[in-house]
Write a protein that binds this ligand. Structure first.
Ligand code: AHR
Length: 623
């Protein structure tokens, strides 16, 4: 394939193509990037997942009883545990499928009610065998009758544990407690977090995202925003402030959410990685298809407007801006885009979708245009979802497809006009070719052939990056102990040694490495089996991104730059012989091979190389 890359004549791209999105699926928030180590820390429950004692066990003769006391810790956390018995008793937590113990500071706290004249012992210890204690701390009691008193501590293990089969225990001397019993709630323990944020995020997982060179965070994305029922959506105002005032919610992915990873934590995540924010606001639809009526939709709009005021309002002159300031963020945040809902085409069709087209979307658009005329709006469906979007409103397309269909979608954006701007707010190869599509099971893991197909789809989108706002993979994280979707970028468990990267993480990382500011026309050559895009990179570099699909042999490539570059680096990713090969998180095998080669042009100024079948590459020409 002989190509010439022109020095000018393309289109200016949206400024930030690759991003990330997060929702709590696959225990990617609680038990994932949210660094809290204690599972079921506040016995939170609701209509769907009633409060329970899972992950907790008694120590010695203790009896653990869940109680809704007349004086609860807070209205948000009405259920607490009563620990009763004789002698040294307490309760022990097994964490999110284990706890990693290292020689580092663990910051903990718990609330107690009941008079107690003694000390508490907080310990990290092995779960089995001799229950080896790696570290413990004595916490002097401040506990009194009929009042909830918070106790804080720092626990520094003197020894790291060999594995994560560990527990956290909290014990006390029942003989010094009034009636031989105490009530506990909100028992929390954090390891060091990214940027040392209190109530913060797991360092290795934030770094795993940082390595992708993302430019934006879509928050909160996915079904979590919608909730299962009409009264249980992701209420941003219940995710802010003191943890004792966060009730959590019935997650849409079969588990209770703590609300610990809340709106402020998401914004701090964006701050820490210097990401723009695509804010998803609830559009009055729940996953069961129920949706707000024309008369009631204003309630969702007001909720969203208050959320924006919380994020961007002046600290001195707005109510919610002042609340934000009181939480340690006097400076307003920037929101780059507002997305109205999540996949509003999905649930309750056709009625709920008709309602979105007829009034739910328009009412939001009018209200936000009036209040925030400069912030671009994104509707949750795209032009490909059977909708005519209001003028100037972008769409969001979520291609979860087979590899062949992703490759077919390479040209999908070509015919769109600039009036049809689209975000790719979620995307992944989800089913193998020839499979049953959405009637069949999702793939258990991202696999090399699927990841290459994602690359081709993304290259097609980048060729249209004046119309495509950007793209991100979903779901981004998967807890190896419990997940709904096998496709992921990063797989993790309590044991940070099990944090591994899927084939798709490698491919998206490569494509995200060199942002294209402006596309450049390419002449000569055809498309398929070689798919490519060229553009202006940073500092005068020219970038060519390519992938090969459907080829049994390597594809020879000759590239001439009109700009006459003197050197170029070819970064090439190839995979295993078997296109279904994947990165097994348990063996930690990485089937993606990445090589780098410096190239010089021949006498005619042409760079020559060849790309193997099923490969992804970037040629970066400088000077
Ligand atoms: O990413 C998993 C789910 O796929 C998201 O929650 C939803 O938006 C989409 O259907």
């Amino acid at each position: 394939v002989n190509l010439e890359i022109k020095a000018s004549g393309g289109n200016v791209s949206f400024p930030a193509f690759y991003g990330i999105m997060h929702e709590d699926i696959n225990n990617s928030g609680d038990g994932g990037i949210y660094a809290e180590l204690i599972a079921n820390r506040a016995f939170q429950g609701n209509y769907q997942y009633p409060s329970n004692l899972s992950r907790w066990a008694p120590v010695n003769s203790a009896t653990l009883t869940l109680k809704k006391l007349p004086t609860p810790l807070s209205s948000a956390l009405p259920t607490s545990v009563n620990v009763a018995g004789t002698g040294k008793i307490g309760l022990v937590n097994s964490g999110y499928w284990g706890i990693e113990v290292k020689e580092q500071n663990y910051t903990g706290s718990f609330y107690v009610k009941g008079a107690y004249n003694g000390t508490f012992t907080a310990s990290l210890q092995s779960a089995l065998g001799d229950k080896e204690v790696f570290g413990s701390v004595e916490v002097a009691s401040k506990s009194v009758t009929n009042e909830w008193v918070q106790h804080k501590f720092v626990l520094v293990p003197s020894k790291a544990a060999k594995n994560t089969n560990n527990t956290f225990s909290l014990t006390f001397d029942a003989s010094a407690a009034e009636g031989g019993a105490l009530d506990f709630n909100l028992i929390s323990l954090f390891p060091p977090t990214y940027n040392n944020r209190p109530n913060g995020l797991r360092i290795d997982l934030v770094e795993a995202f940082k390595a992708l060179n993302p430019k934006w965070l879509r928050l909160p994305g996915g079904n979590m925003l919608m909730g299962n029922k009409i009264d249980s959506w992701w209420k941003w105002n219940e995710t802010i402030g003191d943890l004792k005032d966060r009730p959590g919610m019935a997650g849409t992915w079969e588990y209770q959410l703590t609300g610990g990873l809340g709106l402020v934590e998401y914004m701090e995540w964006a701050d820490d990685l210097n990401l723009e924010v695509i804010l998803g606001v609830w559009s009055g639809l729940s996953l069961d298809g129920d949706h707000l009526s024309r008369e009631d939709i204003h309630l969702a709009v007001e909720h969203a407007l208050e959320e924006m005021e919380f994020l961007t309002g002046d600290a001195k002159t707005t109510k919610w801006g002042a609340v934000r300031a009181s939480l340690g963020h006097p400076k307003p945040w920037k929101v780059s885009y507002i997305e109205i809902g999540n996949e509003d085409w999905l649930a309750g069709r056709p009625t709920a979708y008709d309602a979105y087209k007829e009034y739910r979307l328009p009412v939001f658009v009018d209200a936000f245009r009036e209040k925030y005329p400069k912030i671009p709006l994104i509707a949750s469906p795209s032009i490909f979802d059977n909708i005519t979007l209001p003028a100037g409103v972008a769409g969001d397309w979520h291609p979860y497809l087979t590899p062949d269909k992703l490759v077919l979608a390479f040209n999908r954006f070509d015919p769109l006009s600039r009036d049809n701007v689209t975000l790719i707010g979620e995307a992944a190869a989800t089913h193998p070719n020839g499979g049953l599509g959405w009637d069949g099971p999702l793939s258990a893991n991202p696999w090399w052939g699927g990841s290459v197909a994602e690359a081709i789809f993304l290259i097609g989108a980048e060729r249209n990056s004046e119309k495509v706002i950007g793209a991100c993979y979903a779901p981004g994280l998967r807890n190896l102990n419990r997940w709904q979707w096998g496709m992921t970028l990063v797989q993790h468990a309590a044991d940070s040694a099990l944090t591994t990267f899927s084939t798709s993480w490698h491919v998206w990382k490569l494509l995200g490495r060199d942002p294209i500011k402006k596309t450049l026309p390419v002449v000569g050559g055809g498309i398929n089996p070689l798919f490519y895009v060229a553009g202006e990179g940073e500092k005068g570099a020219s970038i060519w991104k390519a992938a090969v699909y459907n080829s049994t042999a390597p594809v020879p490539v000759s590239i001439k730059f009109e700009k006459k570059h003197k050197t170029a680096t070819l970064t090439l990713q190839t995979g295993p012989e078997d296109p279904y090969g994947y990165n097994d998180p348990f063996t930690r095998v990485n089937v993606v091979k990445e090589t780098k080669k410096d190239l010089k042009p021949n006498e005619e100024g042409v760079f020559e190389f060849s790309l193997p079948a099923l490969s992804v590459a970037i040629l970066k020409a400088e000077k």
